[in-house]
Design a protein around this ligand. Structure first.
Ligand code: ZN
Length: 70
């Protein structure tokens, strides 16, 4: 999952009009917060032009992961 980027473009139609919704990790993923994309905390991006959806990594989680990998 790539890091959240407020300047992201839709990979399908290259629109820059993209909504962002934070989604909490589910109860199972809470035990392993760096788990699968669908279970871990993420930001759901939705292109408001073509409707394509994808997930990006919240910036605080991204920072924590970098620290962990040092
Ligand atoms: Zn699009």
């Amino acid at each position: 999952m790539k890091d959240f980027d407020e300047n992201s473009y839709c990979p399908k139609c290259h629109s820059d009009k993209i909504s962002s919704v934070w989604v909490a990790a589910n109860a199972y993923a809470h035990k392993r917060p760096w788990g699968d994309d669908e279970e871990a905390e993420h930001i759901n991006r939705t292109c408001t032009r073509c409707g394509y959806k994808w997930n990006e990594l919240p910036l605080d989680i991204s920072a924590a992961l970098e620290k962990k990998n040092d």
